[in-house]
Design a protein around this ligand. Sequence first.
Ligand SMILES: *[C@@H]1O[C@H](CO)[C@@H](O)[C@H](O)[C@H]1NC(C)=O
Length: 429
Amino acid sequence: MSLIHTWACFLLWVSLATQDKTPDVAVTCFVSKECVLPCSFTPGSKETVEWFRQDVVVYKYERDNDDDDDDDDDDDDDDSSEEHYRHEQIAGRASIFPHLISRGNATLILRGSGLKDRGTYRCHVSTSKGEHNAKVIVKVEAPIQGLSLELTRLSGYEEMKCTVRNVFPAPRVTWATEPPTFEDLRPITRMLADKQGLYTVDSRLKRLNGQPDLIYICKVTTSYGGPTWTTSLREREIRGTQGKDLTIPCYAPPYLNDPFLHWSFSNGEDLSHILTFDSRSGHSVFSPPWNNHVELDGFRVPFGDGSLRLMDPKHSEHTGSYSCVFSVPYNTHTERTDVTIDGPVGERSTSEAPSYWWIVGLVIAALVLVMAGMLAYLKMRGSTSKARNDPEEVTELHLVKDSAADRNLNESSCLTTGGTNGQSGTQLT
Ligand SMILES: *[C@@H]1O[C@H](CO)[C@@H](O)[C@H](O)[C@H]1NC(C)=O
């Protein structure tokens, strides 16, 4: 009894061991792309190919075996039959190349792969020459396509917000500054998975006080390895004077070598391209309205200085936000500079005049109200008193008038003293 048992076990072992055993293969596929599951076997006739996913058939191919001479011609699609076993997730997306079967290639192609396709697959081939089993472990990944980093004020604080979308597996976000700071960076990171299982992550870091010139760096990696993506941002504000050349600074952090540089401008409504510069080729392209107004020292860009010289700037045309973006694969650095070009003195007064007249108008209105009130009050008193030409009354009226005049003077002197701080005051005196 036990001898028979041992014998049976031995036979089973032999049959398993003599099977054409191949080591497991791991493949990584990308979401929505084609996934290739390899399976090679020793060619033979009467092939049957079956692909299983966790023991469920996802694809089956069977060659009609009416005669034995069809093992040496390849294009025999007419006497072969293909059978698709519908798998609820893979239905219609899986295929093999029938003409490659006779060459010992039963590779399965899975179109539009998704995270649901992860798992262990098995290729089972039986031919006249024997059986072949191969395991394929499929990982599906949605790699990082890009990061975005912006300054937001939505929460009432100035925050750097770094966003990465549609990534799998869950990405990891870390922050750094350049130059490094000893302050503890405490970002708040939120991660959300969509229906397909892809993650969208946003990480917010409060802007550090008293360090306006700091570069904030957001780094994102995924646990499957692959490159670390970084994006960094520096925000500045500078002022210039109409007609006077102005240099808008832009410096790349030291880890960006031979970057591609792109300058653009936005006045709040439209975005216009200023220039692009390729550090590798030294090739630059200036966009038409800007070519007469800007200068870039191309020799300095490979060393991380992409500063732009704005020539003969105009208040109306050149006030706005300038963005300078350095990029190399997986890394970008953006410097956003809010530039205000002060108009010439004449132009400035016209732009500030309305606010001045508005104050004067308010003061006059207040005075008129006070005077009207006084007059009404005096009228009431006058009607009650008997003598109309009472000298006391007259002096009182004079006094009132004087005090009103005094008040007028005080108000206007208030305005001038208050105004001398601003530019409107100089206009007034
Ligand atoms: C099998 O065929 C596929 C599809 O043409 C190909 O990509 C793969 O390299 C082939 N495998 C072998 C071992 O020839």
